[in-house]
Design a protein around this ligand. Structure first.
Ligand SMILES: [Zn+2]
Length: 65
């Protein structure tokens, strides 16, 4: 006679999905901040020829002003 599988020891698909989502969000958050930091550092080295303002990310595009 076989014992039924012990469900308690096996993570449910939902908790696995939760973990994947959590890790995914952490990675996405990290990437977003790394990108922000990258653009801040790299783009701030360039100046607008008109107003001397720094080049920056504006709504997902790179612009002066
Ligand atoms: Zn400018």
């Amino acid at each position: 006679m076989n014992d039924p599988p012990d469900i308690g020891l096996v993570p449910s698909p939902w908790s696995i999905l939760e973990e994947i989502t959590l890790v995914h969000n952490l990675v996405a958050d990290f990437k977003a901040r790394a990108k922000e930091y990258y653009f801040e550092v790299i783009l701030s080295q360039y100046q607008c020829p008109e107003c001397k303002g720094a080049l920056r990310m504006v709504e997902a595009s790179i612009k002066f002003h």
